[in-house]
Design a binder for this molecule. Structure first.
Ligand code: PMV
Length: 354
């Protein structure tokens, strides 16, 4: 089926009259949640149980090129120079199927993606990866989507990817309880959130760059199904979201950090109480958490957050980032330490695509 066939029975609300460019390259950056996403309401549609809020980073971009073949056939997926296999390949192909269905196209794709973030290490390579893939694939297949619609699409690849469409700080809405799939899909999107005078940095301590033992997908499912702490955390997280938005508008870094730290520790508590427990935190993680406490006792505003892995991201003022990085290196001598600031929105690269 041709992508410009407007009479197609496959026509979806997102369907555009824009012709497929046939190829596009996009770049997206990872994001770190300050109010976490942990648990799905709908696994297939990737609709979360709670809203989340993140900072897009200015480091570790993913660049993804999508080139359409002339006809149907198996997709080619290259990740960091090697053919993707297993689950990684299945997720990309399933995402391409979704885009093809919306575009009314059967053409296979060649996807080439280069990550600069250690894959699978709890540093959200899936967020930058699926945000870049959403932008590149939508353009190549001729879907003319705005950032909100792209965030809905990216969400289907990886929930946290919905937030990487936006520069700076973004909130991903769970959306209202919906009567239909279409309504649930429409209600769950990300948008940029306003911030006051804030000059934040995230000092990232990569204490282990290897892939995680339990995927976030499996870990959050187990937490939702078995953890007695899960429901209470969803309620306190809803409060955290409201408090976080207010603290961001005030430009109150101390409050932003306190809320982020308590939200992350609460999320890890829900996992520790799952049956069997999911524990991502390693001894080096705890050493960094001690160093963060010590910094605060010394008057430095520093607050920790951790995702589905042992790595720690320390929120602080940009002016304090060097001091914080030194303290983190002392606490975890084997860790690779990076400093990030608020990063840009996902975008097409010039000269390829629109
Ligand atoms: O989108 P996923 O499946 O990679 O889940 C990410 C979940 C956390 O990173 C732990 C929290 C978050 O909101 O990013």
């Amino acid at each position: 089926m041709r992508v410009d066939d407007q009479s197609s029975a496959h026509r979806a609300p997102d369907r555009s009259s824009a012709p497929a460019t046939g190829h596009a390259t996009a770049v997206a950056h990872p994001n770190i949640a300050l109010v976490k996403y942990w648990g799905k309401r709908d696994e297939r549609l990737v609709v979360p149980r709670t809203d989340s809020l993140s900072m897009t980073l200015d480091v570790f971009p993913t660049t993804t090129r999508v080139h359409l073949a002339a006809a149907a056939g198996p997709d080619t997926v290259m990740l960091d120079g090697a053919p993707a296999a297993g689950q990684a390949r299945r997720r990309v192909v399933a995402f391409l199927e979704l885009v093809r269905e919306r575009a009314g196209s059967a053409r296979a794709a060649v996807v080439t993606s280069e990550n600069t973030v250690p894959t699978g290490a709890g540093l959200a390579s899936s967020a930058s990866g699926f945000a870049a893939l959403a932008v590149a694939a939508a353009t190549a297949y001729g879907l003319d989507l705005d950032a909100t619609a792209l965030s809905r699409l990216a969400r289907r690849g990886s929930g946290s990817a919905s937030r990487s469409l936006f520069a700076g700080f973004a909130q991903w809405h769970a959306g209202p309880r919906a009567a239909s799939d279409a309504e649930a899909d429409l209600g769950s999107y990300a948008e940029q959130v306003p911030v006051g005078a804030l000059d934040p940095a995230l000092v990232i301590a990569v204490v282990n760059a290897g892939p995680k033992a339990v995927s976030s997908r499996a870990a959050m499912r187990r937490t939702v199904e078995t953890s007695p702490l899960y429901e209470p955390w969803t309620r306190s997280s809803a409060d955290d979201l409201v408090d976080m938005r207010a603290a961001l508008v005030r430009g109150d870094l101390e409050a932003v950090g306190e809320i982020a730290e308590r939200n992350a520790l609460g999320m890890h508590a829900t996992m520790l109480a799952a049956r069997p427990a999911v524990r991502y935190l390693a001894p080096a993680t705890l050493s960094v958490l001690d160093a963060v406490l010590h910094l605060r006792q010394g008057g430095v505003a520093a607050y920790a957050t951790m995702d589905a892995g042992p790595n720690v991201k320390v929120l602080c003022r940009r002016a304090d980032a060097e001091r914080v990085a030194d303290a983190v290196r002392n606490a975890a001598p084997d860790a690779a330490v990076h400093t990030a600031g608020p990063g840009p929105a996902a975008r097409l690269l010039d000269g390829d695509g629109r």
